[in-house]
Write a protein that binds this ligand. Sequence first.
Ligand SMILES: Nc1ncnc2c1ncn2[C@@H]1O[C@H](COP(=O)(O)OP(=O)(O)O)[C@@H](O)[C@H]1O
Ligand SMILES: [Mg+2]
Length: 308
Amino acid sequence: MIEITGLTKKYGQFTALDNLNLTLDEGTVFGFVGANGAGKSTTFLIVSTLLQATSGDVRINGISVREKPAEIRKMIGYMPDFFGVYDQLKADEYLDFYGASYGIPEAERKKLIPQLLELVNLTHKRYAYVDLLSRGMKQRLCLARSLIHDPKVLILDEPASGLDPRARVEMRDILKTLKSMGKTILISSHILPELAEMCDEIGVIDNGKLIAHGSVAEIQKKLQGEKVITVRLAGEAVRHVDFFEEQPFVTNIELPSDDELSFTYRGSDEQQISMLKSAMNNDLPVVSFNEHVTDLEDIFMEITKGAD
Ligand SMILES: Nc1ncnc2c1ncn2[C@@H]1O[C@H](COP(=O)(O)OP(=O)(O)O)[C@@H](O)[C@H]1O
Ligand SMILES: [Mg+2]
């Protein structure tokens, strides 16, 4: 349904997107996760036809954003990460304005607007001024706006950012409803657990490159079996680096402190037992031996290390 091929975007000399490839089936809720500046908004802007790629293309149901942007716009609803200022417009007038700009006849808009407001839990704010709504309400109004022409695909750029926990739950529930309506949803966030809960698939973007893509379970599985082990030794840890370097499945040996040595371990539990036995047989003065299994959040922290 959505095919992103070789998508590259340069801003001058700077490569914001680097050969992104991604295929999504109809009805998928895809979570796009990455630190600030990773390239999420750039990708979404290109998919939404609001920005031209330097090379590569996006096809939705076989239609190219490059060749037929007007066709694409009918199929997608885009919710930007930034909500503008709308002086003196009430919630229903705001939706009416967007409905009209999509060419929806007035009689139809009159029926549609209360339905959309109901869908995003804003019925009680129908006649409230947009500028006076809370951030969560503005986000939901913006979501309603992106739904006005009943698009098959929704592209939501950080819809939960800046929301308090309650507003987040509300947003999540609305997205569940939209999924049950059969929409294909692309949603970005820099908060991984939030996406893991409501998405079918996750893509991780870092510095304009897609570095992982799969179901939430697949990504978790791929990253399991990798753990970091920290060994505390009596005396100087540096003297025992040789021993660990010779052990199978050990990589990335580091010395976090004078008496500690840590490394990444990819062996099984049985292999780990053998390693510990061997340490004992070699009279290594092991005081403690700790393993830390990485979870999704750790991976994300690792991936986004150093980003702002
Ligand atoms: N109009 C622009 N001109 C120059 N650089 C830009 C522009 N828009 C975005 N960038 C840069 O491209 C990179 C990706 O930005 P963006 O897609 O907004 O990331 P994200 O949405 O993941 O935070 C960032 O380094 C950003 O500074
Ligand atoms: Mg962004």
